[in-house]
Design a binder for this molecule. Structure first.
Ligand code: NAP
Length: 291
């Protein structure tokens, strides 16, 4: 048991709901391993109350915060500074204490970038299919444009949302690299092999038998399927990708790296490979319960 004393820094997560978060496990393990006097706790912040929460956190001198659904965009007006990339994306998941308040960052995007790099995925020049157009898929779309993907097809149940994200990303990067389509219109995607990033919430535990589509014609186009879901460890989408000869990864590394990067920003520390591996092992153990 770590000692909590008058010098203990407090960090936490602002979200709604927060009951099932794995972030305390990651950050408290990092703090313990690195000997940083810090505790990380979840804070349940109702929709519409994020401004109050940020002002309260500032008054309480909290050292750093993560922000999750539904506050990732709503929190921005209450920040005193924002990282240019996070500003472009229009969503932040990490707040770092600064002199007069908090500075916002988006480590979801940079965490996914690090995770993909480690899994041998190169986005520059790649043709990508993004499934979904919610918060997570939006970060993927920005990452694809930022990292130089040649062509991105964003497929969503509600096509208008995909088209809106595509417009925003194309405008932000000054090139027409993304197109938004209805999920059912995947046949309009030119023949060839693609990296597909699964960013919908379909297939998330306990609905582990579901995939956003079962259509073999889509899976035949996928050389690598990257599911952002990490519970279960092998999703139905991943099974379908593998059944059609593709390689498949889950979202556990993204989860780990967005947190590791946030911890590094709060504490000005570098987290080396063995500790990152230890975190990944702990997360695998924890999520195995939900197979
Ligand atoms: P979100 O903003 O609520 O977006 C949900 C997306 O799923 C939307 O595109 C929605 O389509 C689609 N969808 C939901 N139900 C559907 C259905 N029955 N059929 C077809 N499409 C459906 O959620 P989010 O925050 O982006 O999260 C999405 C997933 O990413 C979650 O499973 C989450 O666990 C995962 N995630 C992982 C990480 C990580 O670190 N690995 C980080 C963030 C999120 P409509 O627009 O048509 O409603």
């Amino acid at each position: 048991m770590r000692e909590i004393n008058g010098r203990t820094k407090v960090c936490g997560l602002l979200g709604y709901p927060v009951e099932h978060t794995l972030s305390p496990l990651i950050h408290n393990t990092l703090a313990q391993a690195l000997g940083v006097n810090l505790v990380y706790v979840p804070f349940c912040v109702e929709p519409g109350r994020i401004g109050e929460a940020v002002r309260g956190a500032c008054a309480l001198a909290l050292a750093g915060l993560n922000v999750t659904v539904p506050h990732k965009s709503e929190v921005i007006p209450y920040l005193t500074q924002i990282d240019p990339l996070a500003e472009k994306i229009g969503a932040v998941n990490t707040l770092v204490r600064c002199e007069d308040g908090f500075k916002g960052y988006n480590t979801d995007m940079t965490g996914l970038q690090q995770a993909m790099k480690e899994d041998g995925i190169e986005l520059a020049g790649e043709r990508v299919i993004v499934l979904g157009a919610g918060g997570a898929a939006r970060s993927v779309a920005f990452l694809c444009a930022y990292a130089g993907a040649s062509q991105v097809w964003m497929l969503n149940r509600t096509p208008q949302k995909a088209q809106e994200v595509a417009r925003e990303v194309n405008r932000a990067f000054g090139r027409e690299c993304i197109r938004g389509l209805a999920l059912s219109d995947h046949e309009k995607i030119p023949a060839g092999k693609y990296l597909a990033v699964q960013g919908t919430s379909v297939g998330l535990y306990p609905h582990s038998k579901d995939a956003v589509t079962e259509d073999a014609r889509l899976y035949e186009k996928i050389h690598t399927g990257y599911d952002l879901i990490y519970r279960p460890g092998e999703t139905r989408f991943m099974q379908l990708v593998r059944a059609h000869g593709g390689r498949a990864c889950n979202g556990l590394k993204m989860l780990a790296y967005q947190a590791i990067q946030a911890f590094a920003l709060w504490n000005d520390v570098c987290i080396e490979r063995p500790l990152a591996d230890h975190i990944l092992e702990k997360l695998k153990e924890e999520t195995r319960i939900h197979e």
